[in-house]
Each structure stands twice: as C-alpha cells, then as structure tokens.
Design a protein around this ligand. Structure first.
Ligand SMILES: Nc1ncnc2c1ncn2[C@@H]1O[C@H](COP(=O)(O)OP(=O)(O)O)[C@@H](O)[C@H]1O
Ligand SMILES: Nc1ccn([C@@H]2O[C@H](COP(=O)(O)OP(=O)(O)O)[C@@H](O)[C@H]2O)c(=O)n1
Length: 672
C-alpha cells in the first residue's frame, strides 16, 4: 500500500496481463457459514483473507466444524445441520457478517451459546433480528444492554406456523441471517414477511443466489411484493455444491475493465485478464460490463474471469441511467475522458451522500484535467478536453474516498502524456489496499517518462540515507548501486579470485550468474541474506577496488537500469547521473567535508558494534575518494546538470526537505 502524501503516476502508454482481485467480504462469510451448515464437503476457493473472515473461521471451528486451510482455499466438512458442540462461547470481533447469521443459525438449532465481540460490536444493534427469532420461539437473551450483543442463546421451542416478521428498512443483514438459518428447520413452508421498504436489495440477491448454489430455492411473489415476502419451502436442505468460488468485488473490477478498454498492449498477448469475477457474477455492479462494452470494450468471460481489450477507439460517448451501478459508474465518468463526444450519466443522486459528495467531487477533479463538466442535481455530463494540448497535469484531491483515487488513476492514459498526481493514495485501503501495486503490475510507461532522481557523491556523505527517505516519501523504488559493487567484491573474494586487474574478466564473468535479489532493505545472494555482511569497511574497500574495473562496471549497467520501474526510482551511487541515468530529471551531488564524513561513518560503525578508529576511517575514506575520482571509467564527479548539496551543516531531515523541494519545483500540477 502507498502511505505517501501523494502518488505521482507517470503517463501510462500500455497495459496487458493478469490481475487477481481480492475476494468479496460479504460473499466469503456467507459461503463459509453455508458450507459449515450444509451436508457434504465444500472447497471454498479465493477466500478473502481479512479480520472478519478469520473470526468466522474460528467460530465455525469452535462449533466443531473441520476446516483445512491452504492459502486462499478452505476445505470445510459440513455439519449437516447438527452441532457436535452445542455449547460454546464465541468471540466475533467486529464482524457483523459473522454476528448476525451465526446468531440466527445457533438460535434455531439451539444449545448453550454466548456470542460477543469487541466493544464496538456491543454498540451495533441486533434487536430487529432478536425480535424475529423470539417470534419463532427461539431462546435469545441480552447479556448486557437490550437490543445489542453480547447474547445468550438457549434451547428453542419453535413455532413455524405464522409468518415471521422482520424489519427490512434498517439493515438487510437481518433478513439475510434468517434466510440462511431457516432451511435448517424447514419441516414445513416457512414464510418471512419484511416490514418496511427493503433496503440494499442487491445484497439479498447475493444471499438468494448463494442459497440456490447450496440447494435451497427461496420463493417470492411476483410483482410489487417481490421483496416483501420470502418462503423457504418445506423439506429445504442445505447441500454442499462441492466447489465454490468466492467472487472478487465487482466494483473493484471496474477499474481494470476500463483499463482494458482504454489501453493497448505493448507486446504479446492483448488485453487485461481479471481473475476472480465473471460476467455471470451474483453482484449487481457486474452490470458495469454492459456500459463498458457500449463504450467500446471488447469483453469475454468465463466462470470466474473476464478478459477485456480495446475495440472502439476513441470510446463512444454514452447516455446512461446508472442507478443500478452507482459505484462503478464513477469509472465511466473517467472513461468519458476518452470518448468521442459528451457522456451523460443519469440518476446518480446517491453519489451526493456517499464517502463524500461524489457528484461535486468528480466534476471538480475532471475539470482539473481539462474536461468540460456539467453537474446536475442527479446527473453528470462529461466532455473530454477538446485537443491534446487542452489536457492538464492535475493533482487529484481524493476526499478520503477510495473510489475517487482508483478511478482517476486511469487519467494517466491521457494522450498528452502528462502525469497524474493522486493525493492521499492510502484511502484505497477501504476496499483494495494494493490497488496501485496491481495497477503498476499490468501497466507500462515509456521509459523516459518514469522519473529517476539520482543522488551521487563520495562515501559517507549520506547518499544512502537521503535516497532511502526520498524514495519512501514519494513511493518510489530505491537503488543502492553501491551494494552491487559490494556484493561483487564479496562474491569474488569467496570464489578466491584476487581483486586485481589481471582478474577483471573473471570477476565480470562471475556477475553473469550471480543470483542477486532485493527485498525491501534486504539483499540476498542466492539463499543467503548478505545485507549486514556487505556493510563492513572491508567490504566497502573491496567494492571500491572492483568498481574500478571497466568490465565489472559494464556488466552491471543493465541490472541497474532495470530498477527504473513504475512509479519511479531514487538511485544512489557515484555515476547514477553521469552514466546510468544521464537524462534523469533531477540529479543531486551530495558532499560533506572529509572530517564530517569520517565522523559519521565512525558513529555508524560503532552503533552497529563494529570497532573502528577515526584516523584509520578518515585515511580509508580519502583513499576511496581518490580511487573513485581518478579511475578511468565513470570517475566520481558531479553531472553537469547536477545540483550540489553540501550537508556538512545539515540534518538528514533538512537535506530531505531540500531535495523534495527541488523535486516539487519540477512538477507542474494543476490543483484547482
Ligand atoms: N545530513 C546528515 N547529517 C548527519 N548525519 C548524516 C546525514 N546524512 C547521513 N548521515 C549519517 O551518516 C552515516 C552515513 O550515511 P550513509 O547514508 O550510509 O552514506 P553513504 O550512502 O553516502 O555512504 C549514516 O549513519 C547516516 O545516518
Ligand atoms: N554507482 C556506484 C556505487 C558505488 N561504487 C563503488 O562502490 C563502493 C561502495 O559503494 P557504497 O555506496 O556502498 O559505499 P559508501 O558510499 O556507502 O561508502 C564505493 O566506494 C564506490 O567505489 C561505484 O563505483 N559506483
């Protein structure tokens, strides 16, 4: 996840490849419970790994259900509607999707149970469900405040003759809980009557479709009462379907569907394949694919995948009632930037009462990009920038709204090849913490558009420290090029190759097959973590020796350039600005006095428990400076266009601030 203040997305040119989206939480917990209550063994695939699913799995295990887990798959041996442990105390955290349906299921089966959770769970109402269960003859008591968990559940004496009434206008989860529990006791037809207008119908549809997968078809009247009465037929029985795939969140899929529609592949296979959700999805938002194909997406689908590629270009402007897909419709508003005319999205008044006033927010941010936008009470009309030159590099404010952050990332495909800044990118955590990582894994940018900040300078000037902090603040990758020379020195020494010029070729050859692997701040050589080992002064000295050999330097060029990846790179070394990334937009040459650097290195080594003396460190450091500055290839010197920074008198924070300000002054984002 990017926890930076902003994320600059370079202009994107191509997209292709596979993305796997995280599973839907509502579906995961429903499927787990149904699998546990049914007869037979169910293999649940693509389960969401989250706090709430963990709580459900623990509760089911406590109730005596056999569960085997491997990664995102769980094999559940159903209890066939009977509880081997009819007495248990269940801790359900803050998971409403566990608390409500478990209450209903345990209440109709009966036993001696206590259900509670964290303090916040005990503030979330459950009275409407308990009232419905009491009508049924269940024994449910409040252990604390009336209307709220924790609850005690005893043995019921069920009365199934009269319709069970439940309120539908507060939460649809109470109805879902009853629908999943009542097949356990359906010796006769059981009727549920919803009081008040039923809200969140798409969620009830999910429940009904999952019940059907588990062999229970709930009947409903046709016409105006379709959502007021539900009948569980006599003899209904939950039966495992064998394998169940948990769908990915269909709204999250909309960004990648749009991506497939607006991009072309750089090479090889065309389009974007989304794993985890298909066209026959049980989620309402899947109907986004109809709108996307009207606009010009070519969409193929299988049981739990979608393949999207570009068909019409530019996209076709549409005029659409979006009431059925309010969340995913935001993605259409950004796709409209690539259309051949004005797109109108109607019946979206609900946008005004979501995470933020989405109608006004979308209009404001689309205008920043150069679009013409008409904002109505319940519609939005988007006309793309009239010419390529009319596009603007915008800093998108995200209003703590995950969907605004995700959909505006698609503006990075603009024909003007301008970057897009997404403010507060971590707001995507609400539904898709790794959204930007997933985006960057399937998109490409022209190499020259991927920003590189070079930080070169002599030993112990603080390059590594500065570069790592700048990279972290910008969400960029970090290349510690010195570590490559250090590893080379280490590998050559281990191979007993003396580090002299006569062995230059042998040392360079060694690099062809060296299994170097970076993982955060750790560096691996094959199976060995060498991060600490290469930090000694001796390793630095050996690095300095091998780095003077032209063949060694040449052998490392490509490896270093491969670090230039989305969304950007901060590279630290001696020749980052002069040789490796000569056209980098910002080059910093960092220095400090020799006395100052020796002092810093001394403190650094002592703090790691490595013994050292100041005079010998200073002598080593000056020897390395001399060797670095006087070697024939890539000698240490500032690039012509480098900015010089002497940090002898500066703290790390001050140096970071100066470099970030230099970087900012090169960015020209419109923020209003
Ligand atoms: N501006 C600074 N002021 C004081 N100490 C610094 C500063 N920059 C870095 N240091 C310290 O100096 C030491 C050497 O820094 P390092 O980043 O390893 O240098 P380099 O990568 O240039 O060899 C570290 O202990 C670091 O914390
Ligand atoms: N881009 C680079 C990076 C390091 N080096 C060499 O590799 C040695 C170790 O690099 P480093 O950055 O880890 O060393 P320090 O600056 O931390 O001492 C340096 O002394 C340089 O001689 C280089 O030649 N070119």
């Amino acid at each position: 996840m990017y926890s930076t203040a902003f994320l600059d997305i370079p202009p994107l040119t191509h997209a292709q490849g596979d993305v796997t989206l995280p599973g839907s939480k509502s579906i995961s917990n429903r499927v787990l419970l149904l699998a546990a209550l049914s007869s037979g063994t169910t293999t649940v695939h693509d389960l969401l790994d989250s706090d709430d699913t963990a709580v459900m799995l623990d509760a089911l295990a406590t109730l005596g259900c056999a569960i085997e887990r491997t990664g995102k798959t769980a094999r559940i041996t159903g209890l066939g509607g009977k509880l081997p442990n009819p007495s248990a105390k269940l801790f359900l955290g803050n998971a409403g999707t566990a608390m409500r349906p478990l209450t209903a299921a345990l209440a109709v089966l009966g036993g001696d149970f206590e259900l509670g959770g964290v303090a916040r769970m005990h503030e979330r109402p459950i009275g409407d469900l308990v009232d419905a269960l009491l009508q049924l003859g269940c024994d449910v008591r409040y252990k604390g405040q009336t209307g709220y968990p924790p609850l005690h559940i005893g043995l019921p004496s069920l009365r199934l003759d009269a319709p069970i009434q439940v309120r539908g206008d507060v939460s649809s989860q109470f109805l879902t809980a009853l629908l999943m529990a009542l097949p356990l006791v359906a010796e006769r037809d059981i009727e549920i009557e919803v009081l008040g207008e039923l809200i969140s119908r798409p969620y009830i549809e999910i429940t009904l479709k999952l019940l059907a997968q588990f062999g229970v078809t709930v009947s409903r009247p046709t016409g105006p009462n379709a959502w007021q009465r539900f009948t569980i037929p006599a003899g209904a029985k939950l039966q495992s379907p064998g394998d169940v795939y948990v769908e990915a969140d269909a709204s999250s899929a909309s960004y990648f569907i749009a991506l497939g529609a607006i991009s072309t592949a750089a090479e090889g296979s065309n389009g974007i394949k989304i794993h985890g959700v298909g066209a026959s999805s049980i989620q309402g938002d899947i109907r986004f694919i109809e709108a996307a194909s009207h606009m010009g997406a070519h969409i193929e689908s299988g049981p739990n995948w979608l393949h999207i590629s570009r068909k019409a270009w530019p996209l076709k402007a549409i005029d659409l009632d979006c009431n059925h897909i309010p969340d995913a419709a935001m993605t259409l508003a950004v796709m409209a930037l690539y259309a051949d005319g004005t797109t109108t999205l109607r019946n979206i008044a609900s946008w005004r009462v979501k995470e933020t006033d989405r109608l006004s927010a979308m209009a404001t941010e689309l205008r920043k990009l150069g679009a013409t936008v008409v904002e109505g009470a319940d519609f939005i009309q988007v006309t793309p920038p009239p010419t390529v030159a009319a596009w603007q590099a915008a800093s998108i404010h995200t209003y703590d709204d995950h969907r605004i952050a995700m959909c505006f990332s698609l503006a990075a495909f603009n024909p003007a090849r301008l970057p897009v800044r997404i403010e507060d990118p971590k707001c995507v955590a609400k539904t898709f913490p790794d959204y930007f990582e997933a985006l960057f894994s399937v998109t490409q940018s022209a190499e020259e558009h991927i920003p590189v900040i070079c930080i070169d300078g002599p030993t112990a000037s603080g390059k590594g420290t500065l570069a790592a902090v700048v990279a972290q603040k910008l969400g960029y990758h970090f290349l510690d090029s010195g570590s490559l020379y250090r590893i080379t020195g280490l590998a050559a020494t281990r191979a007993q190759i003396p580090l002299d010029v006569a062995n230059e070729q042998a040392i360079a050859d060694l690099l062809q097959s060296l299994p170097i692997h970076f993982e955060g701040s750790h560096i691996w050589l094959g199976p060995e973590d060498v991060s600490e080992l290469i930090r000694t002064e001796e390793a630095g000295m050996n690095a300095s020796r091998v780095s003077a050999f032209p063949m060694v330097r040449a052998a490392l060029i490509d490896l270093q350039r491969r670090f230039r990846a989305l969304p950007g790179l901060v590279a630290d070394g001696r020749d980052m600005g002069t040789v490796i990334f000569p056209v980098a937009p910002l080059k910093v040459y960092l220095t400090a006095s020799a006395a100052c650097r020796a002092e810093r290195r001394y403190k650094q080594l002592i703090s790691k428990g490595i013994s050292a003396t100041l005079p010998s460190l200073r002598a080593d450091l000056e020897a390395r400076d001399a060797r670095d500055a006087n070697r024939s290839v890539a000698p240490l010197r500032p690039a012509q266009d480098a900015k010089l920074l002497d940090n002898s008198e500066l703290s790390v924070d001050q140096s970071v601030e100066i470099v970030l300000n230099w970087w900012q002054s090169k960015q020209l984002y419109t923020s209003h």
